[in-house]
Design a protein around this ligand. Sequence first.
Ligand SMILES: *Cc1c(COP(=O)(O)O)cnc(C)c1O
Length: 345
Amino acid sequence: MIKIENLVRPNILTLQPYSSARNEFSGKEGVFLDANENPYGSLNRYPDPLQKKLKEKLSILKNIPTQNIFVGNGSDEVIDLAYRIFCNPELDKALTFTPTYGMYSVSAAINNVKLEAIPLNEDFQIEIEKVKPYLADESIKLIFICSPNNPTGNMINQKDIEYILANFNGIVIIDEAYIDFSASHSLINLIDNYNNVIISQTFSKAWGLAGIRVGLAYANEEIISFYNKIKPPYNISELNQSAAIKQLDSEIVNNTVSKNIRKITAERERLILALNQLTFVTKIYQSDANFILIEFENANEIYFNLLEKKIITRNRVSQVKNCLRITVGTQQENNQLINALKNTQ
Ligand SMILES: *Cc1c(COP(=O)(O)O)cnc(C)c1O
């Protein structure tokens, strides 16, 4: 067991957190004259700072106790707060495996923390021999592992993740933003075995609610309590909490989310078959996500050709040679993409 407190920034350990009016009295009935709210209107009250109702639904769905759940203003807040809890600016470092999601490095730069990057191997997997020297570096406090990885689309091997977890005296964040599109299961149960792991998920992708900015962190109670200690008091608005709850209910009652996931993954496989027919497509990477990384003979040319036809894809040439990352759309959108690509031949 790792002593989490030893990893936390001293000023965060001793921080006196803001105590909101709604934290001090949590009953529903009463005459609320404590928070300087307006007595009129329907969204006049501050939202529940700890999102209890949302967490109770998630707790049932994920089979995880509510005290192991943190709700963030998107997973981007989960990432940012991790830097703020664990990394002393200028002194501490973080580590990730590239190519990967850009926010780990942007958030590192904002927090004045150096992010080390180890290239993934040609199968986009972690090379454990390359990681070993970093695991011994005590200035590294955080490791980000994105699985399924963005922009490559593949899962990272569980045995390599577990090797890192078992041999690192710091925090490991496994970013599972795309896990619901994957044929493999989430590693959420690792929180039972390792007290230094954070599993990050989101409502933005498979749950279809990028507009509401709700991200999740699952971890042991001690880590979650530091998240709660430093988060902005009302980080999830009433509107966003209720939209997330509504989507969870809709999945529980009608499987709406699962049905859409199945549609998207079926379209992904159809897209792959269609793309395989194109001579200028030189490689299609296997995907466990709702996007596909595709290598072209000349990706930049394809990118601008598509853009002219108002089909916007993600140019990843700077990260992976001659590659575009293309999100799986509706059947009709995907047909438009396929036709546009055929016409560039
Ligand atoms: C899209 C994405 C997220 C989601 O971020 P939100 O802030 O929750 O919208 C997180 N991680 C990765 C790797 C992503 O691609």
